[in-house]
Design a protein around this ligand. Structure first.
Ligand SMILES: [Zn+2]
Length: 362
């Protein structure tokens, strides 16, 4: 569809990239080289607590649970729920076979989180899943659910409850807090949510991942709020950071101790989004070369439910979903990073060691 896409096709046809990246066997036991604590704590998955050293290769920013919403909107797309679960499991088994051991689902309650669906597909696919609490705050309120609270105390209590007791009346607990901040500066309500997330994180040890407007350097102003709340920056990731492409912005945040989620890299393959794929990948390499592999996460922010949309409604979804779905990182991004000189060791740090540390409740 574009020159870039052609370029990538050629690139990936060459020998070095033709093999699907697979994590080194036993890699999750490897000693840390990144300065992160080498001992692992306990991560909270939808099937219960798990020694974080067993998380293995992890995609830290994805959306699997939203599929149940799409199924309710287009019920004939993949049949009923049973059929959909079976097809989801079939697809997820391919993701597992590509070496992905854990998926973190950042679908909050207000954008169609379906905790029983996540539990079922995790159980049947063999992929560990970590569910989130938090709040997306995006207008319009698509799901039609009302907010549990609008005060800092109320929201913090809600987040803490989902982490410590469980989600939607189940005993399935959240293992991470997701907050959505739409623009450069948070709205009043978004700031209340961010501060509530900070307090819930400090009380429970759960890490925080934030949807950020990286192109407008949102992380800079959000860091001020987080630091005012006394959150350890090592427990926070600014996601969609590769939408920035600005090394000055990246270095400012990683030097303060924050992590960067590089999870929109696929968007750079379309002329509709800047910066281009190669630029996004190059920024990852520059950060690694500068010694910050321990602050980088790789993922692809895929909406699994997007695959349920009927063909004639698919165009808009295709624009933002990765062309390989949940396999973009392993099939395209990592081989490309290897080709431009990022070592296996550093890829291991970004995909195995960082998640092991980050998702350990501490
Ligand atoms: Zn997302």
């Amino acid at each position: 569809m574009t020159d870039r896409r052609e370029f990538l096709k050629r690139t990936f046809a060459t020998g070095i990239a033709a093999t699907i990246f697979r994590p080194v066997a036993g890699a999750s036991e490897a000693a840390g080289v990144s300065g992160l604590p080498s001992h692992a704590g306990i991560a909270q998955t939808v099937l219960g607590p798990l020694d974080a050293s067993k998380l293995g290769f992890t995609l830290p920013h994805e959306h699997v649970a939203d599929g149940a919403y799409y199924l309710s909107k287009w019920p004939k797309a993949w049949g009923g729920r049973t059929e959909f679960v079976a097809k989801a499991v079939e697809k997820l088994k391919l993701v597992r076979a590509a070496g992905v051991s854990t998926i973190v689902d950042l679908t909050t309650y207000d954008v169609w989180r379906d905790i029983r669906f996540l539990e079922e597909v995790s159980h049947k696919s063999g992929i560990n899943m970590i569910a989130c609490t938090g709040q997306r705050f995006f207008p319009p309120k698509v799901s039609g659910v009302s907010m549990p609270a609008r005060t800092m105390e109320g929201l913090a209590e809600f987040f803490k409850k989902e982490i410590a007791q469980g989600i939607d009346g189940t005993g399935i607990k959240a293992g991470v807090i997701k907050i959505g901040i739409v623009a450069k500066k948070p709205t009043t309500l978004e700031e209340i949510g961010l501060r509530a997330a900070a307090r819930a994180s400090k009380a429970t040890g759960a890490p925080i991942r934030i949807h950020t407007d990286a192109a407008n350097r949102a992380g800079d102003s959000l860091a001020v709020i987080l630091e005012d709340e006394g959150v350890n920056p090592a427990r926070v990731s600014f996601d969609h950071s590769d939408d920035s492409g600005n090394m000055d912005y990246f270095l400012g945040l990683v030097r303060r101790g924050y992590s960067l989620g590089m999870d929109h890299v696929h968007r750079g393959m379309s002329p509709d989004f800047k910066p281009p794929f190669e630029k996004r990948a190059e920024c990852i390499k520059l950060l690694v070369d500068a010694g910050f592999a321990d602050k980088i996460f790789l993922s692809q922010d895929a909406e699994f439910g997007g695959s349920l949309i009927p063909e004639d409604a698919k165009e808009w979804r295709d624009k933002i979903d990765p062309p390989d779905g949940m396999l973009f990182t392993t099939r395209k991004l990592i081989p490309y990073l290897e080709q431009i000189g990022v070592s296996d060791r550093n890829i291991h740090t970004m995909t195995v060691e960082n998640p092991r540390y980050f998702f350990s409740l501490s």
